[in-house]
Design a protein around this ligand. Structure first.
Ligand SMILES: [Zn+2]
Length: 317
C-alpha cells in the first residue's frame, strides 16, 4: 500500500517535471529566440507561482509569459498597483521615489549630450513626474503611455496627453519623438526586444535618444510576479544592440535606494544609423553563479552597513 502510494507520488512528480521541461523546450528566449532554456528559480510572489528560466544559449533570464499571471491585461490596469502597494492610488512613498528618479534621469541626460528636446514620449509614465521634469527643463511637448488608470489620471491632471497603451498612441499620433523614456518598464513587457525595435522604427527620430532604466539582476532582487525579464548589464546591452541601438552611456547605480548596491541599470542610447540584420549575440556566461555571488554581497552589506545599503523611503521630518 505504502509502496504504491510512493510510486504514485513519484509518477506524479516525474510527470510534473516532464511537463516543466517540455514547457521549457517549447519556450523561445525573448533575447536570442532559441528554445534552450532551463528552470533557474521558482518562488511564490503575491500568492502566484513564478518560475524563471535561464536561456542556455545566451544567458538571458525570463518568465514564460503564457504561464505568468501578468499576461492578463486587467492585471496591469488595476491589480498590479493594488498587489504591490495595497492600493490603486499612488502612495506618498512611490511619488517621492519617482521625483528623485526623475531628477536623477534629467541630470544624466543633461550631462550626456541631450541638449534640446522638442517632443518626448514617456512609456510607463506613471503619475507624470518625469514628464513634468523634462517639460520644465527643456520646454518639450510631452506625451505619455500609462496603463494604470489612477496614475494616468494624475498625469492628465497636470495637463499632459496620455494613452493607456502603445497601440492606442500609435493609432492616434503620427509625429515622431526626439526622446523616448522607459523607466522600469522593459522588464514588464512580453516582447521587450520587439518593443525596442518598434520604438526605433516607428516612434523615434533618427537622431533621437532612448533612455531606459531596469532593475539590475546582480543586485536587485528582480524576482517579482510582474517582472517577465531579468536584465544584467550584459543582456541589456545585447538586447539594445539587437534592436538597432548604439549605447551612449550605461550606468549601474543604487539611486535613490542604496549607496552600496547597484540596484539599477540606466542606459542612454541612440538608433544606429545603419542597424545590421542578424547581429550575433555575445552570450553571457556563469549567470547563476554571478547571481549567487551578488546575493551573498547583498546580504553581507545589509548586515554590515544597513543604513547605507537601504536608504529611507521617506523624507526625514
Ligand atoms: Zn537566449
Amino acid at each position: 500500500m505504502q509502496k504504491s502510494w510512493t510510486r504514485g507520488k513519484r509518477q506524479k512528480e516525474m510527470s510534473l517535471l516532464m511537463t516543466v521541461n517540455q514547457l521549457a523546450s517549447e519556450l523561445h528566449c525573448p533575447l536570442c529566440g532559441k528554445s534552450k532554456a532551463k528552470v533557474l528559480s521558482e518562488m511564490d510572489s503575491f500568492g502566484f507561482k513564478v518560475r524563471y528560466y535561464l536561456c542556455q544559449t545566451c544567458g538571458f533570464v525570463f518568465q514564460n509569459f503564457k504561464e505568468s499571471a501578468a499576461a492578463d491585461h486587467a492585471f496591469y490596469e488595476e491589480t498590479y498597483r493594488q498587489l504591490y502597494q495595497a492600493t490603486e492610488e499612488p502612495t506618498a512613498k512611490d511619488l517621492r521615489q519617482q521625483r528623485l528618479r526623475a531628477e536623477y534621469q534629467l541630470d544624466l541626460m543633461q550631462k550626456h549630450g541631450v541638449c534640446r528636446l522638442w517632443r518626448a514620449l514617456d512609456i510607463g509614465a506613471s503619475s507624470g513626474t518625469l514628464m513634468q521634469t523634462i517639460n520644465e527643463a527643456y520646454g518639450a511637448e510631452m506625451i505619455g503611455v500609462e496603463p494604470g488608470n489612477a496614475y494616468r489620471k494624475l498625469a492628465e491632471e497636470m495637463g499632459f496627453k496620455l494613452y493607456p497603451s502603445l497601440e492606442q498612441l500609435r493609432s492616434s499620433e503620427t509625429g515622431k519623438f526626439d526622446l523616448v523614456t522607459m523607466m522600469h518598464v522593459l522588464e514588464h513587457l512580453e516582447d521587450p526586444l520587439g518593443t525596442l525595435k518598434e520604438i526605433r522604427t516607428h516612434l523615434l527620430e533618427d537622431n533621437g535618444f532612448l533612455l531606459v532604466e531596469v532593475p539590475n539582476f546582480y543586485a536587485h532582487d528582480s524576482y517579482e510576479l510582474a517582472h517577465l525579464s531579468c536584465f544584467t548589464e550584459h543582456t541589456l546591452s545585447e538586447m539594445l544592440k539587437q534592436a538597432g541601438y548604439k549605447i551612449m552611456y550605461l550606468r549601474k547605480h543604487g539611486y535613490p535606494r542604496s549607496e552600496t548596491l547597484d540596484l539599477y541599470l540606466t542606459v542612454l542610447a541612440r538608433p544606429e544609423s545603419e542597424p545590421g540584420e542578424n547581429v550575433a549575440i555575445i552570450p553571457e556566461r556563469f549567470v547563476a553563479l554571478k547571481r549567487s555571488l551578488s546575493r551573498l554581497k547583498r546580504n553581507l552589506l545589509t548586515k554590515l552597513v544597513p543604513g547605507k545599503t537601504w536608504l529611507p523611503l521617506e523624507d526625514k521630518a
